[in-house]
Design a protein around this ligand. Structure first.
Ligand SMILES: [Cu+2]
Length: 221
């Protein structure tokens, strides 16, 4: 009897602590879910609010280098082109400088796809474009341009992360640089919206194929 009374006395405070913790967890989860819902609703403006919040707690800088290789570069039988790597990780609450070296040529954007010729979701909604000679890729062709869009006919691929409102059109045979600001941790699908694949529509392989023209950006906390 005495033993069970003691257990009961001992149990009550524990239950209160447990109950309090659960309320706290629910409150934090609610705040996080609400925050993500407004931060990553696909609207850049809201995402910038999330970044400003991150800035007050200090941001870090990171770099990400991607290469777009052609089917020819991969050899006979390849379904290319492809982004290399196609799955990449960037730090949370950071400014990430992205450099994409595009060895491929252009596949014009037409019809409803023309909207993907516009830069969005990057710092300043711009990118820098520097032409390269694919036969001597460490040399440059022409001068460096800061652009907020490309002529639809010059687009070779896009790096599009719909959930984050990010779209960057890649100029053919160029080095493209831009900055993105990351929010909290998460895994985001990216895909190329340029009809660079097989078939008359250009929407066949490797369009939408992971490891080629689709993949994931992991934002790691
Ligand atoms: Cu593509």
């Amino acid at each position: 009897m005495k033993g069970s009374a003691l257990r009961s006395e001992g149990g009550e405070p524990a239950m209160w602590v447990l109950g309090g913790l659960m309320v706290l967890v629910l409150a934090v989860a609610g705040a996080l879910i609400g925050g993500f819902a407004t931060s990553f609703g696909g609207h850049l403006k809201v995402a910038q609010t999330a970044v400003q919040m991150a800035n007050t707690s200090g941001t870090t800088a990171a770099t990400l280098n991607l290469t777009i290789v052609t089917g020819e570069m991969m050899g006979q039988g390849a379904v290319g082109p492809a982004y290399v790597p196609s799955d990449f990780t960037v730090p949370a609450h950071s400014t990430v400088k992205v450099t994409v070296t595009d060895f491929d040529g252009a596949t014009p954007l037409t019809g409803s796809l023309v909207k993907y010729s516009k830069v969005s979701g990057t710092v300043g909604d711009v990118m820098q474009v520097q032409g390269i000679n694919p036969l001597a890729p460490n040399t440059t062709v022409g001068s460096l341009h800061t652009m907020n869009h490309l002529a639809p006919a010059l687009v070779g691929h896009t790096l599009t992360i719909a959930k984050l409102g990010i779209n960057v059109p890649m100029a053919g045979q160029s080095r493209i640089t831009f900055e993105i600001k990351t929010g909290g941790p998460g895994v985001y699908q990216w895909e190329c919206m340029d009809p660079c694949g097989a078939g008359e529509s250009g929407l066949g392989a490797p369009m939408g194929e992971g490891g080629f023209m689709a993949g994931t950006m992991t934002v790691a906390g």
